[in-house]
Structures are given as C-alpha cells and as structure tokens.
Design a protein around this ligand. Structure first.
Ligand code: ATP
Length: 360
C-alpha cells in the first residue's frame, strides 16, 4: 500500500446532484464467476447521485460484467445491489430505473433518427404530440436538430453516438450506464464527445457510470473512478488522488507512466531499501551539475531515445550503472517550447522533489 506522509491530501468536491437520499447505486460484496473466471469478485462500491463515475481497467478486468449486473442483464452469484436506496438485486432490467448506452449504439437501422429516439415512448403509448415534443427536446440537447428523418446509416459515428445517448435519456432515467460509448470514434471526435457528454451530464444532473479502458478518458471525465484488476477494485477515488497517489503498483503502472526506484538506488537516494515511484513530468532534466538543491533527489544518466509528441517530448534516460546498482532507465516528459534542447547520447542530470515520490 502507498505510504507518503509528505504528500498533501488532494480532495475535490463531488458534483452536486438532485436531492435523492443515499447513494444512487450501491454494490455490496457483489460476485459473479463464470466457471473458473472470477469476473467480478466481492466488489463493493457506492456511487453518489449526480456523480460521473468511471470504471477503468484493462480488458477482461470485469468492468462490463459489473455494469451488466447493475443493469440487471447479468445475475449475481452473491452480494446485493441497491439502486436509489431500494433493493434491486432480484429485479429484472425493465423494473430498474436505469438505461444503458452500448459501444455499438444498437440503433434500429430501418428506423429514422426521430423514431429511434422516441421508440420507448411509442411502446409506452405516449400521445404523439408529446412524443414529438420530447424527441425535439432531445435532438436539441444532443445538437442533432434537423436530422430527425435520416436513417442511422446516413450519420457519422459521433452523430450515431448522440442518437444512442438521446434515446437513453428520453425516459429521464436517474441513472445512465455507458459501456465504452466512445470506443468506436477517432481521437478528435472522441475528445469532442468527451466534452459534450460531460456537459450533458452536468446539465441534466443524472448519475453516469461509465466503463472505459482508456485512463486519460477516465481521468478527464470522471468525478471519481474505480480501477479494476482481475475482478476486484484496486483503488477508488478522485482522478487526481488516483494519479498522484496510486495505492498499488498495478494502479501506478495502469494509470499513467511510472519510474520505479528500489534496491541500491532507493538506498542511495532515500536511505531506505523501500520501493518508490515518481511520475515523468515531475522530473527536471538539466546538464550535469554538482549542486543538488535542498529537498531534491538527483541521478545522472544518458539519453537513450527521444520521442517527439507534439505538445511534449518523451525521453528515455539510461541511469549510470553506478547510480542504480543495475541497468535501469527513467522516462522524462517535458513540455515543448521553441526547440528541442537535447540530443540522443547526451549526459544529463535528473532532479525531482522528494515529496513527489510515492512509497510502496
Ligand atoms: P473489456 O474491456 O475487454 O470489455 P471487461 O473489463 O469489461 O473487458 P468483462 O467483459 O467484464 O471484462 O469480462 C471479465 C471476465 O469474465 C473475462 O475474463 C471474460 O472473458 C469473462 N466473461 C465475461 N462474460 C462471460 C460469459 N458470459 N461467459 C464466460 N466468461 C465471461
């Protein structure tokens, strides 16, 4: 477990939501196994009303199964699920006040955009005039007004995603589950939709539970996130806490890039043989110099590779064997200014503040 007494606690307010008493969703020791596979293994979590909650983890870590358990598409082996304070463990999907948006959108191809969005109102026999008004409101919300007579095949990926969102929101659910809804979009569109989705969620105050394997997406969009690994939650918290103070080595490696300090190097730098981690952007790279400022750690190395990333540059720096006691390298990320000051093979000094190290 992480121990870093010098790091300040990072707390951010949870988004304000409608006044519903208690959590929007609560999972208590929820388990779902498929034969030998522990897809979801005694998971407990609590999502607050109006919160944007992300489930993050690698492929196969149990995120989708967890979401399907909340929706009622999957049966639990043990544990309990509560939705808006009421027992939902045994309820079928249609009796839960929950809607789901899937990665493939699952639109009806033969229906128009307007009919896709208004389909559930049609099933409920909502009068046509009210149905059309509510569809128009939804089209407005997702910025698709004027496209209501198109078929899904006549839309772009981002537009189809918005139709799926409008269709899920038209019933005004208290809780919306989203399973990798932006997975099929290219990077630019994905980033644009991330902003739009977040803005819509804020505007409506609905609780969102969002599954993704993209750590940047989870960090930028969520109020809080849970990091899944092999059916269990490794850490749950605000994005900045999870990134700055990862609780386990798995979280440190999955969320962002980590430089590890252990053994001889840790002994030299900190006086303990503990394992430590420091993030690439916390490291300053300078020409070798002797004086190390008070409160800083420092190692010497040689630039092995340089990756130009546009907004920043990533350097892999091999540490001098005498420094690490073995061959090790650090990753350093620097914002780009006018020009790139470094070339491959250069000798450099890496410095960082001791308080930026996280101990494990
Ligand atoms: P991805 O990001 O790839 O969708 P995930 O984190 O959502 O992954 P799940 O889909 O929840 O992971 O799967 C968790 C584990 O459970 C995996 O090992 C998967 O193969 C297994 N699994 C999921 N559904 C079933 C099923 N119906 N039958 C058997 N095994 C399943």
């Amino acid at each position: 477990m992480m121990v870093n007494p010098t790091a300040p606690a990072v707390e951010e307010p949870v988004a304000a939501g409608p006044a519903v008493p208690g959590p929007a969703v609560e999972l208590i020791e929820v388990t779902r196994h498929f034969g030998e596979v522990k897809a979801v293994d005694a998971v407990s979590l609590s999502v607050q009303p109006g919160e944007f909650f992300a489930m993050l983890g690698p492929s196969g870590s149990g995120k989708t199964t967890c979401l399907r358990l909340i929706a009622g598409f999957e049966q639990l082996d043990s544990g309990r699920i509560q939705i808006a304070g009421a027992e939902a463990t045994a309820l079928p999907p249609y009796e839960r006040d929950v809607n789901t948006v899937f990665q493939d959108y699952a639109l009806f191809p033969h229906m128009t955009v307007g009919d896709n969005i208004g389909y559930s109102l049609m099933l409920k026999k909502v009068p046509k005039s009210e149905r059309l008004r509510r569809v128009a409101d939804m089209l407005d919300l997702v910025r698709l007004s004027g496209l209501e007579n198109r078929k899904p095949t006549q839309l772009s990926g981002g537009q189809r995603q918005r139709v799926a969102l409008a269709r899920a929101l038209i019933n005004q659910p208290k809780l919306l589950l989203l399973d990798e809804p932006l997975g099929a979009l290219d990077l630019n569109l994905r980033q644009q939709m991330q902003l739009e989705l977040k803005a819509i969620q804020r505007q409506l105050g609905i609780t969102f539970i969002f599954v993704t394997h993209d750590q940047e997406e989870a960090l930028t969009m969520s109020d809080r996130l849970a990091v899944f690994n092999q059916g269990k939650i490794e850490q749950m918290g605000h994005p900045r806490d999870v990134y700055e103070r990862p609780a386990t080595e798995f979280v440190a490696n999955f969320v962002g890039v980590s430089n590890w300090i252990s053994g001889q190097l840790a002994q030299t730098l900190t006086g303990t043989a503990q394992t430590w981690m420091v993030r690439p952007e916390k490291i300053q790279m300078t020409a070798p110099r002797l004086a190390v400022p008070e409160g800083m750690c420092s190692v010497l190395g040689q630039i092995d590779t340089i990756q130009y990333l546009g907004i920043s540059t990533r350097y892999d720096v091999g540490l001098r064997p005498g420094e690490a006691g073995q061959k090790e390298s650090f990753t350093v990320v620097q914002q780009n200014g006018q020009d790139l000051p470094w070339t491959t093979g250069e000798l450099v000094q890496l410095c960082w503040q001791r308080e930026h190290m996280v101990a494990f």
